[in-house]
Design a binder for this molecule. Structure first.
Ligand SMILES: *Cc1c(COP(=O)(O)O)cnc(C)c1O
Length: 382
């Protein structure tokens, strides 16, 4: 996290310089031709490649145990690059029903127009995955822990199910970061991140990254990213590199806080239920231990007073910020049914376990006593 990432360093810079340029000067006409033919690996044009972006790509690929990193302008750019490169007209994909809202909306409302079929199931239940497989299924797309239900899907089992049937396993690893979960080591073919969240960690940019172990697959995805033009900007890359230096200590602190906040909520009389993988009451607590290296800092819960009570809480907390997004140093609180998942149909939300009363809480690195006092005071207003 601190020393990774390849870059040429003729002047001995302690940090990766920002190569804020759109294009790169060739030594002569033949050199330019060699760069284009691939005989020379010199830089050509920032949409195709840039040293600052390359440093970040090699850093995150290394953290995920992959060989190729493909940086994208946002997490959704990574999602669409994966769909576009790996699915064709007439293909079918199976996805976790509880996923980041737009990952589902773009598939059902836009990729469907081009003849890509999809089925959304509870991937925490392998029988549902098996029942959804069709002869044309090319992709199994999993988010674990799921957004926002915190359900855990068995990645080793999914890799086996997908590979036995000729499909690829794609994992959205945003909620964990490679610090807590490395899906490529569990058999996934491609992993991606919204680096807007934990990897950058400071709520100041939007960014994405796809990582593969297989070089040919990585090359295919890179080609698609370059042609779709959803590349990252060098300044954005620099900020994520800077953010990743503290990923370890940020995650350690925020997940320690999360455990205490989850226990506080679980013991509070106004709380109906709490889902946090670190609680013994989480239905897949044991599975989480076998594939995660910690339980992370995302919590979902519902108050006994349902949505009305949830709104009072959201309007009365002062340390936690009422905003979407997650994984930053600051604690955030939001209401998925009316915010991040508002474009997902009501029936689909209920089937995925996204109830109207569900509140999502992303724990930051503040003093945990401040967070608990904040929740206590907010809950008193109900
Ligand atoms: C935020 C998020 C995305 C989308 O990423 P952007 O950077 O906002 O485009 C995808 N998946 C998950 C789990 C997310 O939280």
């Amino acid at each position: 996290m601190i020393h990774g990432g390849e870059f040429d360093n003729p002047l001995g810079s302690a940090t990766v310089p920002i190569y804020q340029t759109s294009t790169f000067i060739f030594e002569n006409a033949d050199h330019g031709a060699r760069c284009f033919s691939g005989e020379d690996d010199g830089y050509i044009y920032t949409r195709i490649g840039n040293p600052t972006i390359h440093a970040l790509e090699t850093l995150v690929a290394d953290l995920e145990g992959g060989s190729e990193g493909i940086a994208t302008s946002s997490g959704m750019a990574a999602v669409n690059t994966l769909y576009m490169a790996l699915l064709s007209q007439g293909d079918h994909m199976i996805s976790s029903a509880a996923v980041y809202g737009p990952s589902r909306v773009v598939m059902e409302q836009h990729w469907a127009r081009f003849g890509v079929e999809s089925t959304y199931v509870n991937t925490a239940n392998p029988d549902e995955i098996l029942a959804a497989f069709k002869p044309n299924t090319r992709m199994l797309y999993v988010e674990t822990p799921a957004n926002p239900t915190m359900d855990i899907t068995d990645l080793r089992l999914c890799a086996k199910i997908a590979h036995d049937r000729g499909a690829l396993l794609v994992v959205d690893n945003t909620f964990c970061s490679p610090y807590l979960q490395r899906p490529l080591e569990l058999g996934a073919d491609a992993v991606f991140h919204s680096m807007t969240k934990f990897l950058n960690g400071h709520a100041d940019i939007v960014a994405g990254m796809i990582i593969t172990k297989d070089k040919a697959l990585g090359k295919k995805l890179r080609g698609m990213m370059v042609n779709m033009g959803c590349n990252m900007d060098p300044h954005q890359a620099y900020l994520v590199i800077r953010g990743i230096k503290t990923l370890g200590i940020r995650i350690e602190r925020s997940q320690q806080n999360a455990m205490k906040v989850a226990r506080f909520l679980e013991s509070h009389p106004k709380v109906a239920w709490v889902k946090y993988p670190g609680l013994e009451s989480h239905p897949q607590h044991e599975l989480a231990k076998t594939q995660m290296h910690g339980f992370g800092s995302m919590i979902s819960f519902e108050l006994k007073g349902g949505l009305d009570a949830g709104k009072v809480l959201m309007n009365n907390v002062k340390v936690a910020i009422l905003a979407v997004s997650l994984g930053g140093v600051e604690t955030l609180i939001q209401h998925p049914a009316s915010m991040t998942h508002s474009k997902v149909s009501h029936e689909a939300k209920l089937k995925a376990g996204i109830t109207d009363g569900l509140v999502r809480y992303s724990v930051g690195i503040e003093d945990v006593d401040d967070l608990i006092d904040d929740l206590k005071l907010g809950l008193e207003k109900i």
